[in-house]
Structure formats: structure tokens, C-alpha cells
Design a protein around this ligand. Structure first.
Ligand SMILES: [Ca+2]
Ligand SMILES: [Ca+2]
Ligand SMILES: [Ca+2]
Length: 237
């Protein structure tokens, strides 16, 4: 009898077919004392770093938050309301970001008006900085990882080879134009964590914006050269 039941059950499955349920996110409204909680389903933030980027292409900067504790990317659209400040939780943009850990931030290093993504390398164990170039095509925002000669992380020359620009796995580097000469520099602590290293970008001094040179056969993108032609110098201030 037992075997008959199994056979009948198998026949029923083969006839009717078995399919998994499609999962569709559901975002119900939540109210407290009649007041709608607009960010009730964000999941909360414990140790977040915030950046600005225009997700929906309306010319108004929105908010990107990377939460260190959960490793989540959270997106918030600026509603540009005339009174007060209002943001909408926008999970539909979260899947444009790769899976990341520890830290992530946005900064437009190549001055094309679209923020680029800097994060802990997605290759495990590499203490450095990974760069994903932002682009917008057909109104859709996306990021693509930039290739470099050393594990696809931001690299500096080491003799005739390249090595990673060191940044501790748990540290967030400073990424901005330190000397205000138009290109992006890096501040990062050395391996013992005692001294801050100033990685000065030499793109403006050596290449300028309109005549980029390439250093090494593996560097194929002149925009990446702008970021990679750097030297170390002790920060004196
Ligand atoms: Ca916007
Ligand atoms: Ca950019
Ligand atoms: Ca600079």
C-alpha cells in the first residue's frame, strides 16, 4: 500500500507539475496614531556611511547608505518636497550594487557627473580599494568594476610590478582631491595604523586631462590612469 501511494503521488506531480512560488517584495504601509511611517521597512541602520548620488536621474541628489553591520546597500530618493525634507525608501536600486563588506562609498573620480563606487575589494583577503565606474545608459544607473594589474584593486608601482595600495580591511580611506589640482587623491593608514599616508595622484602633473598616457600593458583605461598614477608621501600636517 505504501509503495502504491508513492507511485500515485509521483504520477500526480508529473501530471500537474510543481513550480516554486514567485517571490515579490511586499511593502505595506505602517501607521502609528494615524501617521504614516515612511521608512518603516528600511530595516534600520547601525553603522552606516552615507553618500550622495542621483538614482532616478531627476537632477536631485539622493542618498546612498552602506551599513557596515549588515553589509546592506540602502537607497533613498529625495522627493524634493517644497516643505520639509522627505525621502522615499527605494529598494529597487539596491541590486545595482555588488555584494560588499565592511565599507563602501561613492565619489565621482573622473568628473563625468556620475558617482563611482569605492569599496573593500570583493576578492577576499586583499587589503585595498576596489573601484567600480558608474554609468547611466537609457536612464539606468549601473556600476562596472575596473580592471587593474593587481587583483583588480587600486594599484601602485612596486619596482617593475604593481602592488595594492594598502588600506586596512576595516578602515575607510579618504578619497578626495587633497591638493585641489583636479584629480583624485587617497589618504589611508599604513599597515601598523600609526601613520596616515598621502597618495598623491600625479595625473594632472604628468598627463593632463586631454592627453593621457598609459603605464604598463595591463592598464587599458586612461580614466583609471588618472586614478592610478600616484606616489606615496608622508602627510606632514
Ligand atoms: Ca534624484
Ligand atoms: Ca564618475
Ligand atoms: Ca589631486
Amino acid at each position: 500500500m505504501r509503495y502504491i501511494c508513492i507511485i500515485v503521488f509521483g504520477i500526480l506531480i508529473s501530471i500537474t507539475g510543481v513550480t516554486g512560488q514567485d517571490y515579490q517584495p511586499f511593502f505595506p504601509d505602517f501607521y502609528v496614531n494615524g501617521k504614516k511611517l515612511s521608512l518603516a521597512l528600511t530595516g534600520g541602520l547601525r553603522n552606516a556611511r552615507f553618500s550622495n548620488i542621483d538614482f532616478n536621474g531627476d537632477g536631485i541628489k539622493d542618498i546612498y547608505a552602506f551599513d557596515h553591520t549588515s553589509g546592506r546597500s540602502l537607497c533613498f530618493i529625495n522627493l524634493d518636497e517644497s516643505e520639509g525634507i522627505a525621502y522615499r525608501y527605494a529598494p529597487e536600486y539596491e541590486n545595482i550594487f555588488p555584494v560588499m563588506k565592511n565599507w563602501a562609498m561613492l565619489y565621482d573620480f573622473n568628473k563625468d557627473g556620475i558617482e563611482d563606487l569605492f569599496c573593500l575589494p570583493t576578492t577576499p583577503g586583499i587589503a585595498g580599494i576596489e573601484v567600480w565606474r558608474g554609468k547611466r545608459q537609457g536612464g539606468l544607473l549601473s556600476f562596472s568594476r575596473m580592471n587593474t594589474p593587481f587583483y583588480n584593486v587600486l594599484a601602485i608601482k612596486a619596482g617593475s610590478q604593481f602592488t595594492n595600495l594598502y588600506n586596512a580591511l576595516t578602515d575607510i580611506p579618504g578619497i578626495f582631491d587633497v591638493d585641489d589640482d583636479g584629480d583624485t587623491d587617497i589618504l589611508a593608514f599604513e599597515i601598523d595604523g600609526s601613520f596616515l599616508t598621502y597618495y598623491k595622484n600625479l595625473a594632472m602633473e604628468r598627463m593632463g586631462w586631454l592627453k593621457p598616457e598609459r603605464e604598463g600593458p595591463a592598464i587599458q583605461d586612461p580614466r583609471l590612469c588618472r586614478l592610478m598614477r600616484i606616489v606615496t608621501a608622508t602627510l606632514t600636517c
